[in-house]
Design a protein around this ligand. Structure first.
Ligand code: SAM
Length: 392
């Protein structure tokens, strides 16, 4: 089968040969306005030598995403089936939970596909125009491989606008309940796949949840700030800590309460529905101190253009959060955007200097192993958490 050819500049050709998967729009040698959004194209270098087959996007800043660098591997059902089988097999050994990410986009060779498993339900997102025509095939393959009770698509607006696609929330197969109960290392959580953030649960924070549980001691005082449905705080309370969860959305706190009940720790958790920035400022100015502050803000910079603003917000949060810590207290800072990962430690150092305190790094955790990232594509690493303890 002959795909339309799309020539890229030498710099992009070099990157593709070194296993990067993205071609930005300004790296196209001769942009072709007639190519349909989502078409499969053949990327070639300026000498028309084959580079890869890719999904073309007519609107997004990333104009092409590599699907296959093997000239004989056309983009068809068989290729998608092989990629899906490899992704599922990689996650098979994951124990201790019935909730995991099955497919993570470029890292699994399926650009734009996110597929998460919550018990016997699958929730997926289609984030690229190129993936759209393949949705029925992928749904079919997922159904054949896993026989789920239901498959829900949660392709939210925030990922689809840039690709020129409308948002979609749709049950494609079976039934998907309003809430699903998942298990993780002996704890259980309710997930709302229809309305929750991401596909319903922060699966990527599994390692940080485990770390927090391994370090917290009975009766320690914990602030779970930006708590969502309370997964950090509930783990801490299960270890006997006393927790306050701060979250601005009432609906998420309602689920956090149910999660606390489901794990028998409701007596140990208080809830504050409100703005975490104000709450931190007010607490830092008061007398109450915490042994742990768990700080997991939303992405503070969604693009490079927002990095400076994000850095200022992070700095503000950290100065307040450090002000809340007891003399030997520990802060867990999560940063969930690539655009701030490189500066997070420096901002932490500056905030510590302002608070006149020394910090020791006890651990650094990252997106869990079912969220792999491509070494040649640093932007696919987006989540890190620093566990730092005051010792002065
Ligand atoms: C990254 S999520 C936290 C995830 C959580 N730690 C977990 O593992 O389930 C960030 C949360 O912060 C909340 N949020 C965003 N802005 C906020 C604000 N100004 N004050 C309080 N909560 C906020 C969002 O509603 C979201 O639930």
């Amino acid at each position: 089968m002959a795909y339309p050819q799309l020539a890229v500049l030498p710099s992009a050709a070099k990157r593709i040969r070194h296993h990067d998967c993205w071609v930005f729009r300004d790296e196209l040698a001769a942009p072709d306005g007639s190519l349909p959004n989502g078409a499969v194209v053949e990327l070639v270098d300026p000498h028309e030598a084959f580079l890869a087959y890719a999904f073309y996007s007519a609107h997004a800043p990333v104009a092409a995403r590599v699907v296959s660098t093997d000239r004989s591997a056309l983009v068809d059902r068989s290729l998608l089936a092989r990629r899906l089988a490899a992704a599922l097999s990689q996650r098979e050994a994951l124990r201790g939970t019935n909730a995991k990410r099955l497919v993570f986009s470029e890292a699994d060779g399926l650009p734009g596909l996110i597929a998460d498993q919550y018990g016997d339900v699958l929730v997926f997102q289609s984030r690229t125009a190129g993936l759209e025509p393949w949705k029925p095939v992928l749904i079919d393959l997922l159904r054949d491989a896993l026989h789920p009770a239901g498959i829900l698509e949660r392709s939210d607006k925030e990922f689809r606008d840039a690709e020129g696609l409308p948002p979609v929330t749709q049950v494609h197969a079976g039934t998907v309940p309003e809430r699903i109960r998942i298990e993780e290392e002996g704890l259980s959580f309710w997930v709302d796949p229809h309305h929750g953030q991401k596909t319903g649960f922060y699966l990527d924070q599994r390692d940080t949840r485990a770390l927090i549980r391994s370090l917290i001691r009975p009766d320690e005082r914990v602030a779970d700030v930006f708590a969502y449905t309370g997964s950090f705080g509930i783990g801490a309370a299960a270890r006997g800590a006393r927790v306050v969860c701060v979250e601005q959305q009432e609906a998420y706190l309602a689920l956090a309460r149910e999660n606390a009940r489901a794990n028998g720790v409701e007596e140990r958790i208080d809830y504050v529905a409100g703005d975490a920035f104000y709450w931190l400022e007010a607490k830092a100015a008061g007398r109450e101190r915490f042994d742990w502050v768990l700080l997991d803000p939303p992405s503070l910079a969604k693009s490079r253009a927002e990095a400076f603003k994000g850095r200022r917000a992070l700095h503000h949060l950290l100065v307040q959060a450090l002000g809340l810590l007891s003399a030997e207290g520990t802060l867990v800072l999560s940063v969930c955007t690539y655009h701030l990962l490189g500066v997070a430690e420096e901002v932490l150092r500056i905030a510590a200097e302002e608070r006149g305190t020394r910090l020791c790094v006890r651990a650094v955790t990252m997106q869990a192993a079912d969220h792999p990232w491509v070494l040649q594509m640093p932007m696919t690493r987006y989540l890190m958490s620093w566990t730092v303890q005051r010792d002065g």
